[in-house]
Write a protein that binds this ligand. Structure first.
Ligand code: 2HA
Ligand code: ZN
Length: 286
């Protein structure tokens, strides 16, 4: 069988791309989340802002596979590259089939469409939560120039807690801070909470992004959580820490004996001081 020059180039690029650190990180993170039970079926999505110089060693950026129009323009993200999970793709399958489940996309110069540069084979589309991801990236970049990752999943205990705890941001934050000593240090900026809304819409995207100006964690009641961060590990660790605290909450509240003692507000303030973080206003009363 004869293979032409273009086909050889494509095969080599495909091969080397799978070794790219950002592809490896997406494969590992999605698999870890699935293993933790946070991403049943096609639940969850990740988008990862990439620098052009990270992409060019692995991909010819002049070759686009196809273009997709954006229903919500994002001029703030013009010419930016992302690796994203695909709409309807199962996290459990990403590591065995990254070319089908992931895509590398670039927003055009005006922010009206995206070029698909690699992946999303079989006519796949970027995550159905792209409005929430893009709008959240825009919000986080306003407050953190090192921001890179938006991650959404259906973390089990956080989701459960939205049924059993009042949905007030301050008291929800305080309860989580009280559950594990490290929480106030990991998320001194607390959590934002939206009302229940239909997922996948521009509206939930706008509301999530508004919360992201003040918090790196945003809860969608009865659905899941959004996290933001500068690296995959940091973002994963942020959600993991909140989820662990929510697990402790659920464990102790199903315990017949109930709660006998908690970390006091003074102790939380001492922790914040010792670790040099500033807790959001209005949560601690000391
Ligand atoms: O489809 O989690 O919110 C994946 C989702 C939607
Ligand atoms: Zn979801």
């Amino acid at each position: 069988m004869m293979i032409n020059e273009n086909e050889i180039k494509n095969l080599m690029i495909k091969d080397s791309l799978l070794a790219a650190p950002f592809v490896q990180e997406m494969m590992a993170a999605t698999y870890n989340m699935w293993t933790l039970g946070w991403d049943e079926r096609n639940g969850g999505n990740i988008s990862y802002l990439l620098k052009e110089e990270e992409v060019t060693p692995f991909l010819d950026i002049k070759d686009k596979v196809r273009t997709a129009i954006l229903e919500f323009p994002v001029p703030e993200l013009a010419n930016q590259y992302f690796i994203v999970t695909g709409s309807g793709k199962y996290f459990k399958n990403v590591k065995d089939n990254p070319g089908d489940c992931l895509g590398i996309i670039r927003v055009d110069g005006k922010g009206n469409s995206i070029d698909i540069l690699w992946g999303l084979e079989n006519d796949g589309k970027p995550t159905s939560e792209l409005p929430s991801h893009f709008m959240s990236h825009i919000a986080r970049l306003k407050v953190d120039k090192n921001h890179r990752i938006i991650m959404h999943n259906h973390a089990t205990n956080i989701l459960a807690m939205t049924f059993t705890h009042e949905l007030d941001e301050k008291s929800f934050t305080k309860t989580l801070w009280q559950m594990c000593t490290e929480c106030i240090v990991v998320f001194p900026d607390g959590l934002g909470i939206l009302p229940w809304m239909v997922p996948g819409t521009d509206e939930i995207g706008q509301c999530t992004a508004e919360k992201m100006l003040d918090h790196r964690l945003v809860i969608w009641p009865f659905h899941g959580i959004f996290g933001a961060g500068t690296t995959m590990d940091e973002t994963f660790g942020l959600i993991e820490t909140a989820e662990k605290a929510a697990q402790i909450y659920t464990l102790i509240h199903s315990h017949q004996g109930g709660v006998k003692q908690v970390i006091t507000d003074q102790e939380l303030a001492d922790l914040a001081k010792a670790f040099g973080v500033t807790p959001i206003e209005g949560v601690l009363t000391i």
